[in-house]
Every structure is written in C-alpha cells, then in structure tokens.
Design a protein around this ligand. Structure first.
Ligand code: SF4
Length: 419
C-alpha cells in the first residue's frame, strides 16, 4: 500500500471501480488456500467489467509457494509477487509476470509503509520467518528462517503509528517471544522500547511460543503500563504424545507450569490460543485430554483448526490419519467448549467499569463499537455502546451492562471520559 500510494494510486473498496485488482493471499493450510483461490476466481470474473480491462495481481504466501502452479492453472492472473518483493509491486502492475525470490536471511525493510487512517489499532511486525520446525507446519518453507527487524526500524514504525493516533499496537511475528536472538538482542530490548513511549496505548503481544515465554518477559509485563492483560499463546494440543509428534518442544507438564506462572504473575490476564485436531495419531484418549484441558483452564478465547497435510513438512507421511469426518466433529466440539467458556467469562464482566478502545460509530443508529482489553481486533468480541459520536483517538470509560453473541453491550460513563 505504501509503495502504491507513493506512486499515486488510490485504493477503492469496490473492486468494480478498480483498475488493478490485487489479492494478498495466505497459503499455509488447505482452507486458507481454498479461500485465496476462490477470491482470485471471483475477482477474475470482474476483469473485463465496466468496459475496460483490469489487471489481476496476486501477492503473498500463495504466490510465494505456488507461483508456477498458479501461472499454469489461472491464466487470468497478470502478475504475482512473493513475500519479500513488495518494493517491486509497481513493476508487476505493468510489466513483469512473476517476481518471486527465496526469502533473505536478514529482515528486509521496505522504504514505504502505509497506515490505515481509519483504524484505532495497528499490527506491528517485529520479525518474519521461523525455524522452530513444528512437524505439521509449512511456514518455514514459505517464509524462511527467523529474522528480527532492527530496533531502529521498529521504533520508526511506532513513531509513525502513534503519530497517526493509533491506540493499540498488536505485536506480530511467527514467534514474538523469540525476538532479537539473531541480531544480538532480547525480547526485553523491544518491550523496553515500547514501554518508554509517553503516549497512552495498549500493547497486545501475539504468537508467543510457549517454550520462549521466560520469567523475564512475564516480570516485565507485570510492571508494564502498556500491556493490556492479553496474551496470545498458540498451544496446539494438550496431549504430551501429540505435542511430541508435532515437535512443539514442550509437554503437558510444561504447559501446566507455564499457565501457573502466568496466572501467578499476571492474574488478570486473558490468553487466547489455537488448537489443531485430527493430527495423525490423535486417539479418542488424546482428544479427551484436550477437552479436559480446555475445561480445566477455562480457555475462553481461541480458534481450532483441523490438521492440514502439507507438502514439505515432516508430518506429511505420518499415520494413522483420523478421518476428515472425525476431525471436523472434534473441531466443532472444541469450538463449542471454547464458546461456552467465553460466554461464562463475558458474563463475569457484566457490571464492571472498563476502558474501551473505540473502533466504529454510526450516526444514523447512534451506536458506537469498540473493544475491551480481553478482545483482539478482527478475531474476538466487541462492545456496542449508545453514542452519537466518539473520538477514535481516545480510550473511553464504559460500564458493561449485558452480553450478546457478538460480545458486550455497555454505557459510556461520565460522557465516556476515561477514569
Ligand atoms: S512455531 Fe509456528 S510458524 Fe514456526 S514452525 Fe511452529 S507452527 Fe510453524
């Protein structure tokens, strides 16, 4: 977006009005690939609409991983770039067909960046790639080895985002807790950089691999004024046998100790996670262990995927593979358990006064929506409050009055000024 804006392009919401259709894809599991391909095919139908020829361009992981197949199978695609060639985007708009190269070994900064002016939150990428070697995962093959961004580049991004009025920094990488090991830095160097900022904002760290969550990190978060009491820790399973087959580097005991450490040091913190069901070798007994774990730990924010058999991964030949029907049924059971826990947790917040990060408002309906500390953007719940107008550049105080399937209903306190 940054490069395109620099070159004078404008983005439009309606693809029928666009001259260039650019689809940024995901491609690490089967469902993500299907979704990407459906979108490419859907937009390819628009290529010749409105009397002029549009160019159809594909970027991101699917282009990086399957560019040869895409060129052959979908001739409507006019150009593709992989994950580390965004500075070449202008060339695929007009000339080149495919610009894809293997991932570099050090983080590649791009000179142009774009901020969503309409959003009160931002994703702040701190590293790319991964070398953890989980047996099911194609991400290292697609995105290359772990490479941290330099602190100065991250600091410049933080300046830009806070200047634009962003109230929430969502840290992202394949493993946020591993930041810096390849460039002689520690996660604390990054956290300190963020903590020093005088502005008021929420810090929400995503994707902390359980083995890399040190006491040093937890102690820091305990004293932090920015940390919003929410962590994302992908656990994937709770059966030691399955965790070993997944090559996750920890077992059930470790997980229990980790969660005890977190609740000891950060007692009010909500953690989100992801699980994989239907992994080769998952028995009814393993699945029961997972369900018991979710109940015992009251997991109330999370997603569950069915195992996707991926080329270039160690688990590709693992057996026995549970049937798709079994995996789908297990997915539904796990999601229902999480949803029940979420319902209970959400109800426990009714009557509380909390800070709300504003997101949208509708003057016609007189309603504003936002989020609480316990909900991440785009994947968790939101809160609705009656309000004609809300300043999107400030937190607001709300009292939670009820829950809904989408999250919460509340009221602004003291005109919404933060207490
Ligand atoms: S840590 Fe995450 S990105 Fe890295 S190999 Fe494992 S699942 Fe994939």
């Amino acid at each position: 977006m940054g490069y395109l804006r620099q070159a004078g392009f404008q983005s439009v919401d309606d693809p029928r009005l666009a001259d260039y259709l650019i689809i940024n894809t995901c491609g690490f599991i089967e469902t993500a690939r299907q979704e990407s391909i459906e979108e490419i095919l859907r937009l390819s139908l628009l290529k010749n609409s409105n009397g002029h020829h549009k160019r159809l361009l594909v970027t991101g992981c699917l282009a990086q991983r399957y560019h040869d197949d895409l060129v052959k199978e979908i001739p409507e695609i006019d150009g593709m770039i992989g994950i580390d060639q965004y500075d070449r985007i202008n060339s695929i708009l007009t000339e080149d067909k495919v610009v894809v190269a293997p991932s570099p070994t050090v983080y590649r900064e791009f000179a142009a960046s774009a901020t969503h002016r309409q959003r009160s939150f931002a994703y702040l990428k701190i590293a790319d790639g991964c070398d953890s070697g989980c047996s099911y995962c194609a991400i290292p093959a697609i995105r290359g080895r772990y490479r941290s961004r330099r602190l100065e580049a991250i600091a410049a991004d933080i300046d830009r985002l806070l200047e634009a009025g962003v109230l929430e920094l969502n840290l992202i990488a394949q493993d946020v807790a591993r930041y810096g090991f390849d460039i002689g830095k520690r996660p604390l160097d990054l956290l300190e950089l963020i903590e020093q900022r005088p502005e008021k904002f929420w810090l929400r760290p995503f994707y902390l691999h359980p083995v890399n969550i040190t006491d040093e990190i937890l102690d820091f978060l305990q004293d932090s004024n920015k940390f919003c009491n929410y962590l994302e820790i992908p656990i994937q399973h709770a059966s030691t046998k399955l965790l070993q087959r997944m090559n996750r580097g920890y077992d059930r005991d470790y997980l229990e100790r980790l969660l005890a450490r977190i609740s000891g040091k950060l007692p009010d913190t909500v953690w989100r996670t992801t699980f994989i069901v239907g992994f080769p070798g998952e028995t009814e007994g393993d699945f029961k262990q997972l369900c018991d774990f979710i109940e015992e730990h009251k997991v109330c924010r999370g997603g569950v995927f069915t195992y996707s058999r991926e080329e270039e991964t160690a688990a590709y030949d693992f057996r026995p593979r549970p049937r798709a029907q079994t995996a789908n049924a297990r997915q539904e059971i796990v999601q229902n358990l999480i949803n029940e826990n979420a319902e209970r947790f959400n109800l426990s917040l009714v009557g509380r006064r909390l800070s709300m990060l504003p997101e949208t408002f509708s003057t016609t309906k007189g309603l504003a929506t936002g989020r609480l500390y316990c909900d991440a953007p785009e994947i968790d719940f939101h809160i609705t409050v009656p309000a004609q107008h809300l300043d999107r550049r400030e937190f607001h105080s709300v009292q939670i009055t009820a829950t809904t399937p989408e999250g919460f209903v509340g009221e602004l306190i003291d005109g919404g000024k933060e207490c």
